[in-house]
Design a protein around this ligand. Structure first.
Ligand SMILES: CC(=O)N[C@H]1[C@@H](OP(=O)(O)OP(=O)(O)OC[C@H]2O[C@@H](n3ccc(=O)[nH]c3=O)[C@H](O)[C@@H]2O)O[C@H](CO)[C@@H](O)[C@@H]1O[C@H](C)C(=O)N[C@@H](C)C(=O)N[C@H](CCC(=O)O)C(=O)O
Ligand SMILES: Nc1ncnc2c1ncn2[C@@H]1O[C@H](COP(=O)(O)OP(=O)(O)OP(=O)(O)O)[C@@H](O)[C@H]1O
Ligand SMILES: N[C@H](CCC[C@H](N)C(=O)O)C(=O)O
Ligand SMILES: [Mg+2]
Length: 488
């Protein structure tokens, strides 16, 4: 098993030099991980070119190389496979190498600008509560039933995806839910996966640093649905203006969900306040401790997926009602003494920030002050910076602009770009404090009894990244500790 020939099944090949009946030990796309008898796949990236590391990989023991260009110098005993697209080849090879794990479990992909982590994590919780063995691949972590692994990307590279799906198969996992990012689709990380279904949540301004235009970003997301097999389901949010477009060329069975429009799966919000949501789904009243209308939409998507995967109606509604908030997604608490509400949210796009602030606006009394602490990440779409500041200023009584993950950029320049979006009439609401810790502390000092503090942008993240170094940082911890220390 696992001869080179076997794992090349379905890979579009241009040329082969050497023997393909050798046994491959491991497969790698990073030369630094290559060992004796491994296969190295050279990928042309944005930052570097894997082809530059072919020689190093061979020195480390690679017995075969998959690449888009075979090097001119010859290497004795090494097999070269020339392909048109190394990323696509990597995805097929990974799937073959791990015995096509996605075919053995019911794998559901969730895509869209916002809501992927929330829906996939809620689905994991939901199916776990139903007594199933479940897997999860998300921005926050990767879960193989009880086991939890850290992750750096929302959608990992194809080798990692298939590695974890294989581990899920070994653990007897029946259902797996994974976030499918636009980078993931564009870089073929999810190519060749056998999805039982896919969900589209919504589309708004994001990642335009990477995709050439909004329509290119939209079309990449659509590809997930274009590639679904006939027997899969394609579920889309009809409330989003791109919802129907996503399914246009899909061969899968098409379904819609919506709060506002006519759809196959519908829900109505009966109550929406700081205690939670009261929904009407299929004429049944369902209570959830989750907050905000966007979570009504997320819960409806969870209900619909469970239904499409064959979960019994009553069990479905009962379990939905017990679902708990996902880390860093509208996580909130109320301080003991001054009853200050602290909210931590991962909103890092204009649309998500607007949603969170509108949700708070809908359910607050307006006798209190709403203080928003927010920043924008470095090395990410700069056009969202002024927009996010405009939204924060429009919908809050006080705004503190600060750093998110500056990465390789100057945090003060990012804050300046945000400030440019604030209307001069809102200038009195505005403070800029570069240190995120200091910004959160200042919000706590300003807060009067009953006020609300929203800390947006980093959610579950437990680090702050500056110039490639990740130092411990936790919004929730800093916010709770400061309020306790101030005896508020
Ligand atoms: C822009 C982007 O998506 N980059 C990803 C991409 O990098 P790349 O193609 O530029 O790779 P590269 O660094 O140029 O290297 C090219 C190849 O040479 C190899 N190499 C490199 C050095 C070496 O010594 N030896 C070697 O073999 C690399 O392993 C790679 O195979 O492929 C790499 C391997 O899969 C990813 O780690 C990397 O993610 C970077 C770290 C990243 O930050 N990505 C973010 C933007 C991302 O993907 N985010 C999405 C969306 C999140 C959301 O929706 O909000 C996500 O799914 O997480
Ligand atoms: N259905 C939704 N519609 C709009 N906003 C949402 C929705 N669900 C969650 N949000 C908001 O967007 C933020 C990000 O949510 P979530 O982490 O679930 O999205 P994501 O798609 O996984 O994002 P990422 O691409 O960063 O991984 C949340 O913190 C919340 O404020
Ligand atoms: N998955 C997103 C997360 C952004 C989170 C925000 N805190 C930031 O660092 O910009 C990205 O990598 O673009
Ligand atoms: Mg996510």
């Amino acid at each position: 098993m696992n001869t080179l020939k076997d794992i090349l099944y379905r890979v579009p090949i241009e040329a082969v030099e050497g023997n393909t009946s050798q046994q491959v030990r491991e497969i790698h796309i990073d030369s630094r991980k290559v060992g004796l008898n491994d296969l190295f796949i050279a990928i042309k990236g944005n930052a570097s070119d894997g082809h530059d590391f072919i020689e190093i990989a061979i020195q480390q023991g690679a017995l075969a190389i998959v690449c888009e260009e075979i090097p001119v110098s010859s290497f004795k005993g090494v097999t070269f496979i020339k392909v048109t697209d190394s990323r696509l080849a990597a995805a097929y090879i990974a799937s073959n190498f791990y015995n096509n794990p996605s075919k053995k479990i019911k794998l559901v992909g969730i895509t869209g600008t916002n809501g992927k982590t929330t829906i996939s994590s809620l689905l994991f919780q939901h199916f776990k509560s139903l007594g199933k063995k479940v897997g999860l691949i998300s921005t926050v972590n990767i879960k193989v039933n009880e086991l939890i692994y850290p992750t750096k990307l929302t959608t990992p590279d194809s080798l990692s995806i298939n590695y974890y799906l294989n581990e899920m198969c070994d653990e007897g996992v029946e259902y797996a839910f994974m976030e499918v990012s636009s980078h993931g689709i564009d870089q073929q990380r999810t190519a060749g996966l056998d999805f039982a279904g896919a969900v589209f949540t919504n589309l708004s301004h994001d990642h335009l640093d990477y995709h050439p235009s909004f329509s290119a970003y939209r079309d990449v997301k659509k590809k997930l649905f274009d590639d679904l097999p006939k027997n899969a389901f394609a579920l889309t949010n009809e409330d989003d203006k791109n919802g129907i477009f996503m399914l246009q060329n899909s061969k899968a069975k098409k379904y819609t969900y919506a709060l506002k429009s006519h759809a196959d799966f519908r829900a109505k919000i009966l109550e929406n306040n700081f205690d939670g949501l009261l929904l009407k789904i299929n004429d049944q009243e369902v209570f959830s401790s989750l907050i905000g209308s966007f979570n009504a939409s997320n819960l409806l998507a969870v209900y619909a997926v469970a239904k499409l995967l064959g979960v019994d109606e009553l069990e479905n509604l009962k379990t939905i009602s017990g679902l708990k908030a996902v880390a860093g997604r509208f996580q909130y608490f109320v301080s003991k003494k001054d009853k200050i509400t602290g909210i931590i949210d991962y909103a890092h796009t204009p649309d998500a920030l607007k949603n969170v602030l509108e949700t708070i606006t809908d359910i607050r009394t307006k006798n209190e002050q709403l203080i928003t602490v927010v920043g924008c990440g470095g090395d990410r779409d700069p056009s969202k910076r002024p927009l996010m500041a405009t939204i924060a200023a429009n919908l809050s009584n006080q705004v503190i602009l600060t750093s998110d993950n500056p990465r390789t950029e100057d945090p003060e320049a990012i804050i300046k770009a945000m400030e440019a979006g604030v209307n001069p009439v809102d200038a009195s609401k505005l403070l800029s404090i570069t240190s995120r810790k200091q910004a959160i502390k200042t919000a706590c000092k300003m807060a009067q009894p009953g006020d609300i503090i929203l800390v947006a942008g980093k959610g579950h993240e437990t680090y702050q990244e500056v110039n490639g170094v990740r130092s411990p940082f936790n919004d929730l911890e800093i916010l709770t500790e400061t309020l306790i220390n101030l005896n508020k």
